[in-house]
Design a protein. Structure first.
Length: 331
């Protein structure tokens, strides 16, 4: 209830720093952040991603150092993505099932070094391993086959869980994969491995720099519109979320982030489940481009966007700016 002026002056509570702090409705802390990292072969390697200024691909030793950095900054989870060497990519993405692949080596090294001090989230989808850059298995017409792909994703997820992954995050948008992965985790004695499903993932133009970072950009022909969602739709996102929760997801993700705040809000209102936003590579690149062009302050732009996710109802945000944001928040 709001009274009439001058009984009510909305500016009264905004007049001082302490009062603004007292009346702040939403809070961002480093524990809201998930830091996505790119892994590459070799040792002592830091390979900058040209389209993501400030982001590098790290060899496993560097990834372990980043994990320790995250612990020091109070970031609870890191997300891993591999840049698979071209010679290990294939039509069916078999490298995804190799227990000694780059991802598994990185997971093990982090768990050996940091134990329960940090959670490791791993992406499940075949695109970092396929020679065509699609997330699944293709038929002769180039269509991504649903059920064959789900079987491959189950193997990939179990491979990651065996290596020590804490949160399995399927980003492929196949139908039925959450149920299939959940059953396999139960049967494989991994009852406490979480699933954070990329439940509402849109066919977006904001993923370009990521595809550079994992090396699938040049390989990909066409688009992913037969499995990722149409940006025009939101009722459909609620159906996707409802299905994934029923199939055994512990939390759901909306991706990309800022252009889809309405989806985050609707999901949180309707289901009350933990919702995460992925502030994707193109969103990171736009903030950096604004800073480089002198048309905006990186830190201010970043913090305003991150609090918007909290306001919309997010439990947390995947962002390449996680260490920058955590440093700002830690003062
Ligand atoms: C692949 C995957 C993508 C991203 C995360 N997992 C790209 C895609 O679907 O083509 C995008 C992340 C980003 O842009 O930061 N399954």
């Amino acid at each position: 209830m709001t009274g009439k002026y001058p009984n009510t002056r909305m500016r009264r509570t905004r007049a001082t720093t302490w009062s603004r702090a007292l009346h702040r409705e939403n809070l961002l802390t480093p524990t809201d952040l998930i830091w996505p990292l790119f892994v590459t072969e070799g040792s002592g390697v830091e390979d900058p991603v040209a389209s993501l200024p400030g982001v590098s691909r790290w060899s496993v030793d560097g990834i372990v150092a980043r994990a320790k950095e995250a612990v020091d900054l109070g970031i609870p989870v890191i997300a891993l993505f591999p840049n698979t060497p071209p010679e290990k990519r294939s039509d069916k993405g078999e490298e995804a099932h190799n227990p000694d692949n780059l991802m598994c080596r990185a997971i093990k090294a982090i768990k050996d070094a940091c134990g329960e001090e940090i959670g490791v989230l791993t992406d499940v989808a075949l695109d970092p391993y396929t020679s065509h850059g699609q997330d699944g298995l293709l038929n002769d017409a180039g269509y991504v086959l649903n059920d064959d792909t789900v079987a491959a994703l189950v193997d990939q997820a179990i491979n990651q869980a065996e290596a020590g992954a804490d949160i399995i995050a399927p980003s492929d948008m196949m139908d039925g994969r959450i149920h299939a992965i959940r059953m396999a985790l139960e049967m494989g004695r991994h009852p406490n491995v979480q699933i954070m499903s990329y439940a509402a993932k849109y066919a977006s133009a904001f993923y370009g720099p990521f595809r550079d970072a994992v090396g699938s950009g040049d390989l990909l022909k066409g688009d992913k519109k037969t499995y990722q969602m149409d940006p025009a739709n939101s009722d459909e996102a609620l159906r996707e979320v409802e299905l994934d929760i029923a199939e055994g997801a512990d939390s759901v993700m909306v991706k990309p982030g800022l252009a889809y705040l309405d989806i985050i809000y609707r999901v949180k209102q309707q289901f009350g489940v933990p919702v995460f936003a992925y502030q994707v590579s193109g969103e990171y690149a736009m903030i950096e481009a604004a800073e480089a062009a002198g048309i905006g302050d990186r830190n201010a732009l970043l913090m305003e966007k991150l609090i918007a996710f909290k306001r919309a109802g997010c439990s947390g945000v995947l962002t390449y700016h996680a260490p920058v944001a955590a440093r700002l928040l830690n003062g």
